[in-house]
Write a protein that binds this ligand. Sequence first.
Ligand SMILES: [Zn+2]
Length: 207
Amino acid sequence: MQLGPKIIRECPECLKRFGQMTMSSGNTFGAKLWSDRKFDAPMMLESSRCGICPECNSFIWTDKATEITRIALADLMKSENSNIKSYESPRVTDYIEVLNNSNLNTKDEIYIRSQLLHCFNDYYRKGITEISSSDESKKNKLRLLDILGYRQDDLLLKAEIYRELGDFNAALAILDTLFDQNRQWVADRLIELCLAKNTDVVVLDQS
Ligand SMILES: [Zn+2]
C-alpha cells in the first residue's frame, strides 16, 4: 500500500484539528469478502464516512468537517505536524448513541446501521457471540430490513440478515431474484447456506 497525503480537518464540535490518512494506491491481496458484505482488505486503507474526534470524542461525519490543508507524506514527520492525531473508528456504543440522538435521513441511517451490523458481527468473527446475538444487534437487523431499499446490494444484504436471523424462507424468496453477473455468485452462495440452514457469518471470497 502506498500512502498519500494526510488531510487535516477541523472538528465541527471542538474546532481542533484532526488528521485523515489517504492512500495513493492499494491492492486486494489477502482481502476477504464476508457474507454481511464487510470487505476486509489489509493492503488498503479502510474508508469511512464517519469517525470519533481524537480531541473531544464527538462523533463526526468526516465530509462535514472542513478541510484545512493537506500534508505531504514527506512532511508528516516534521515536528509541527507530529502532534496531529487521526480520528478513531466508532464503536458499537458510538453508533447506538448517534442513532438515538440524531435525526438521520434514511441514507445516513442505512449507512450507520450497516456499520453497526459489521461491528456486531466483528464480535461474532472473534467468537464473542453473546454480543453479536444481543437484543440491540437483533433490533438493528430488524430496522435494517425495514429501511433497506431495492437495489441489488440492498437485496443481498436483506437476504443475509434474514439468513443470520434464521428466517431462511424469507432469505430464499429474495435470493430468487435474478442478480447481475457480478452478484449472482454471492446470491448462489447465500442460497447454499440457507439450504444448509446455516446462520454463520462466513467468508464468501478470499484473494
Ligand atoms: Zn472535536
